[in-house]
Ligand binder design. Structure first.
Ligand code: SF4
Length: 386
């Protein structure tokens, strides 16, 4: 394809903190695809892309980036990707999605690139090294390259291979740890054990890469929440990753875990229970220097974020403040948070009009359907995001 219809392949998801990164798909879908809580790639078949195909995409992105800079000169913006260039690319038909996504990436100027999809270390080391080398050669201005991978795939690579991959230009791996409690990992068919998580995490760090571990509060349900919280913290204490990212469980009807909700073998934690679970989890993180983040829309308390060990107490205090609210206020906060109006419990006092609107909404739903009606309202609202 030529002209301003040039395009390249992109996958469906990226971590929240990669929202402003260049997204490049180097494998398609997930080779495991069995986790019961995961809706992303179900019914889609995994496939490797050839090195030539991926290089062609990288070249296309280079060509698009160069063309967007040329457009900027034509518009009198001197090669800068500013509001004028963005309005031009988005305001005119004929520019492909590829153009738009590269334009936005250049506009934000993060210099970051995220390689999609779910488990890219499954590529042969020499192929991944080849792709990374080409990417770095074509984009010397890129300052950070990251990707997703599974612990079970990482343990199959030698530290030497991981070092080669790091040398070639991969800076960070995001791993879905989810839980450090083996019965939970087994229940949700994660296909990996706590011991493998530890081995994989240590290998990534030995190779000199940054490591981001995703934890899923709620995944133990009401049945195993304590063990899930404590064992996950103990596993992370052994790894000491750079980042621990919280992404709370939601179970929309289209994920396989929903069947367990229906047959009563899995019971969701309520938001109040989750707050207690996350408190227990944070309390048990010890002897590590990771940064905890709650940057996912599914998390109730976004402010549970900070550097360990110095900000541990601050994070626990955020949870205690939530727990110290009267029940009616917690409900207003939950509805406001899920609806996108609130980011912290402090917001309850900031905008009286919003507060009153949500209070009236909660009152009306409760009068009609009781507190269960509010729970259902929240579930419907949140599941739209997944
Ligand atoms: S490994 Fe990741 S992408 Fe694959 S099914 Fe599990 S959670 Fe989903």
């Amino acid at each position: 394809m030529t002209g301003r219809e040039m395009c390249f392949e992109q996958g469906p998801i990226r971590p929240p903190n990669e929202a402003r990164s260049l997204l490049l798909r180097i494998t398609r879908n997930c080779p495991w695809n069995q986790c019961l809580f995961c809706p992303v790639y179900k019914k889609k078949k995994f496939s490797l892309r050839t090195v030539d195909e991926i290089k062609q995409d990288i070249q296309t992105v280079r060509d698009i980036a160069d063309d967007i800079k040329a457009i900027s000169w034509e518009l009198g913006s001197g090669g800068r990707i500013n509001d004028q260039v963005i309005s031009h690319v988005f305001g005119h038909e004929g520019y492909s999605e590829g153009y738009r996504s590269v334009a936005i990436w250049l506009y934000y100027g993060t210099g970051a690139c995220f390689l999609q999809d779910a488990d890219n270390l499954i590529m042969k080391t020499k192929d991944l090294v080849d792709v990374l080398g080409f990417l770095r050669e074509k984009f010397p201005e890129i300052s950070r390259v990251t990707t997703y991978s599974r612990s079970r795939t990482v343990v199959r690579k030698s530290v030497e291979s991981l070092k080669d991959i790091k040398e070639a230009g991969l800076d960070r791996i995001h791993i879905g740890l989810e839980s450090g409690h083996d019965p939970v990992l087994k229940l949700v068919k994660k296909g990996v054990s706590a011991a493998q998580h530890i081995e994989a995490g240590k290998k990534v760090l030995q190779a000199g890469m940054e490591l981001s571990e995703y934890v899923m509060p709620g995944l133990g349900g009401q049945e195993m929440w304590r063990e899930h919280a404590i064992d996950t913290a103990l596993v992370l204490n052994q790894i000491n990753p750079h980042f621990i990212r919280l992404r709370s469980l939601r179970v929309p009807s289209r994920v396989p875990l929903h069947k367990k909700l229906e047959d009563g073998t899995f019971t969701m934690q309520t938001d109040d229970m989750l707050a207690e679970e996350i408190k227990l989890f944070i309390e048990n993180l010890e002897g590590i220097t990771s940064t905890v983040t709650s940057d996912h829309i599914m998390n109730l308390l976004e402010e549970v974020t900070g550097r360990l060990p110095e900000e541990k107490e601050k994070m626990l205090q955020v949870i205690r403040e939530y727990q110290g609210l009267p029940e009616s206020e917690r409900l207003i906060y939950i509805v406001g948070r899920r609806g996108g109006a609130y980011r912290s419990t402090g917001d309850l006092n900031r905008d009286h009009v919003t507060y009153q609107k949500i209070k009236n909404l909660v009152r009306d739903i409760t009068a009609k359907d009781g507190t269960q009606g509010v729970e259902k309202f929240i579930t419907d609202m949140v599941d739209r995001y997944i």
